[in-house]
Write a protein that binds this ligand. Sequence first.
Ligand code: BG6
Length: 494
Amino acid sequence: LKAPGTVFFIFGATGDLARRKLFPAIYSLYREGKLSEDFAVIGVARRSRTQEEFREDVYQSIQEFCRYKPEQAPEWGEFAAHFEYKSLDINDIDGFRELRVQTEQLETKFNIPGNRLFYLALAPELFGSVSFNLMKGGMLEGAGWNRLVIEKPFGYDLESAAKLNEEIRKVFKEEEIYRIDHYLGKEMVQNIEVIRFANAFFEPLWNNKHIANVQITLGETVGVEERGGYYDHAGALRDMGQNHMLQLLTMIAMEPPSRLLAEDIRDEKVKVLRSLRPYATSEEVRNNVVRGQYTKGSADGKELPAYREEDKVHPESLTETYFAARVFVDNFRWAGVPFYIRTGKRLPVKTTEVVVEFKRMPTNVYLGQKHSLEPNLLVIRVNPMEGIYVKINAKKPGSESEIAPVAMDFCQSCIVGINSPEAYERLLHDAARGDSTYFTRWDEVASAWAFVDRIANTWKEEQGDLEMYPAGSWGPAKADELLQEDGFHWWPVN
Ligand code: BG6
């Protein structure tokens, strides 16, 4: 499905996100015929750049980060002609008025029907004033629709998120706002719905009668890289927990929506977030949530620095680079089923994986067995490997009645491989087509913050429970104890 003729405004056009993700995404959409020919991109940033310099930046970024290479494309010049730059101080209304003139000229030149998509790859503190100045500068008076696409972090807690939301809502309606959680753009995250709702052998079992627990792991091998300034203020709970992890959890736990429409799906997701059992006391936080920070360590024979030695990180920082939690979804379907979630920097593998552990079979038929039966597992591999596998028990070939677990494996990335679209590509395409299914609605964001705030507030008051773990390890032992208390263990990730 082609997106309609649109002008894409990339605010923060000289930044990292634009370079690594957004320009390559636009180019891939173009190469795949998913963009209307009537499109234009205006890069907006403070720095001064000539049109030629900007097009050269775009070329370099695509050449480096896109799976399609412009050097092999004869139509590159034609594509690049759709890109323009505007140097702008976002507090200067006159700059926005000039931008309006530039936009109208481009719309005439490329016959674009006045649809405008504003992508703010900027610090969230600027969302409010950019929105306001877009309105003041007459940028929202085109003949088509206006949409605002914004990046995380959406606030620091519920209060600041609500304030931020109020500011942008003065200018844009909720249905015009597309809040990015790039995990929702990942192929396998979107696939969770299909796996659940299109398979007769999963949905009937998808409840507390058959599922023992769910484990969600978002492991990263990287440290904080050059983002110490931001990260030391945010920490793993805000950086990954409030958004990506809780979003994954809602996809696993939500009820089938009444219709496969954005609003119905989002209604179901928000119900899950509202059903999360809040930790009522600090003791409950302590008993159910573990936080950690990496110290010096090594991986693949390479020495890795401690978090506190990273650039722009406070040398006595108490920020968590890891957390694990036991979460309950208190509704009819999930009562009593623990969801264990964990994420961390400097873990041994880069992986996003969901393991659904089914309840064990009564073993009476095989009582003679030396070993107890392994439970069935459904494993959804989101990132970087994409696929699903199911672990079932079968007779060990050649044996009398010995049973061994075998895996039925479907590797999506093995088949689709390098050509599968990137999350940002899908999300930009969706936003331009007006499909908000995989963007977060305000009530989802607010409910997620309400849950996370309780943990963060306890942590702020009690700082003694930060567990240290060596870089390159699987995090603090305390996170294993969380599961052991319930008679479970983390399944090794692949
Ligand atoms: C971002 C976080 O949202 O997600 C980063 O801010 C993290 O800290 C990144 O590294 C992980 O995304 P992905 O797609 O590489 O798993």
